[in-house]
Design a protein around this ligand. Structure first.
Ligand SMILES: NC(=O)c1ccc[n+]([C@@H]2O[C@H](COP(=O)([O-])OP(=O)(O)OC[C@H]3O[C@@H](n4cnc5c(N)ncnc54)[C@H](OP(=O)(O)O)[C@@H]3O)[C@@H](O)[C@H]2O)c1
Length: 265
């Protein structure tokens, strides 16, 4: 990937995180990263880190072969119209990060002439810990591997079928909010049983991180690890069962389904 030239069009919250991820990754050459937005003063740090910055999207496209479009969904068609004259068939790969915009719609804007990908990262892209789901249209394996490589620089990435993209958005992107609310509830419980907020937050954050890393490392089902910490008649199983009697798993599942139904509409 050292020779791939990548433009990130619209370096706001997400675009900037991705550009930073690429600049920090030794598999990419920083001089091959071009970042755009209209207000350049807000991406001076990317320039200091080695990227080229510009407000000229067509210039950025002419200097690169992989184009990440990170503007708001309502700006995507405007950006595509703007950069279309600079796109060369057989050379450019388009990746849209816009929520809810399908590859078919984007491909149509480009007259079906270019490989088009859709990628859905989450907010942890800011610290290189996103999970990004990717799907493509008019694309081959080599192009798919290149796009996956880019998103591996900001965490983990998965190639999925486009019909699962809405479900992936709920679990991967909305999922961050569900987990944060779970963390907040644990902190509140901790305060009620005597810990101060700062201590409870530090303990809960590390407990959640440790539990997730345990599963990632050991590749086990959560219940396997739960069995290890639930002594018969002990305090953990009593607490867990009380949570289940009050609808813990059920409310989480219902919330996920409700988000999904909303996104499907
Ligand atoms: N944030 C997330 O965690 C997340 C997760 C998944 C998907 N997404 C998707 O990612 C996209 C970006 O979201 P965001 O939260 O990063 O939005 P954002 O912070 O508003 O970033 C968009 C950027 O686009 C720039 N822009 C607008 N018009 C432009 C133009 N003509 N040329 C160049 N740059 C232009 C804006 O900067 P200037 O005004 O300076 O030009 C702005 O900073 C959205 O489509 C969203 O659906 C976001």
């Amino acid at each position: 990937m050292k020779n791939e030239k990548i433009s990130v069009i619209g370096c706001g919250n997400l675009g900037k995180s991705i550009a930073k991820g690429l600049l920090d990754d030794k598999d990419f050459s920083s001089e091959n990263v071009i970042a755009t937005r209209r207000n350049l003063s807000l991406i001076k740090d990317l320039e200091e880190a080695g990227a080229e910055i510009t407000s000229d999207n067509c210039y950025a496209v002419s200097k690169s072969n992989i184009i990440l479009i990170a503007v708001k969904p309502y700006n995507v068609s405007k950006i595509i119209k703007e950069i279309k004259p600079a796109l060369i068939e057989g050379e450019h790969i388009i990746v849209s990060l816009a929520t809810g915009l399908g590859t078919a719609e984007i491909s149509e804007m480009l007259d079906g002439k270019f490989p088009v990908f859709r990628a859905m990262p989450n907010i942890a892209a800011n610290i290189g810990e996103s999970v990004t789901c990717i799907c493509g249209k008019n694309s081959d394996q080599e192009q798919t591997a290149k796009v996956k490589f880019i998103f591996d620089s900001i965490g983990e990435s998965l190639i999925i079928n486009e019909e699962l993209m809405e479900a992936a958005t709920v679990l991967g992107a909305c999922g961050t909010a569900y987990v944060l609310r779970f963390i907040r509830a644990m902190v509140q419980g901790g305060i009620q049983i005597g810990l101060d907020s700062k201590t409870a937050t530090a303990m809960v954050n590390q407990t959640v991180k440790g539990a997730a890393e345990l599963l990632i490392e050991r590749k086990m089902h959560p219940e396997f690890e739960i069995d290890k910490v639930t002594t018969p008649k002990g305090c953990t199983i009593l607490g867990l069962n009380e949570m289940e009697h009050n609808g813990f798993s059920s409310s989480l599942i219902k919330g996920i389904v409700t988000s999904f139904e909303k996104i499907e509409k």
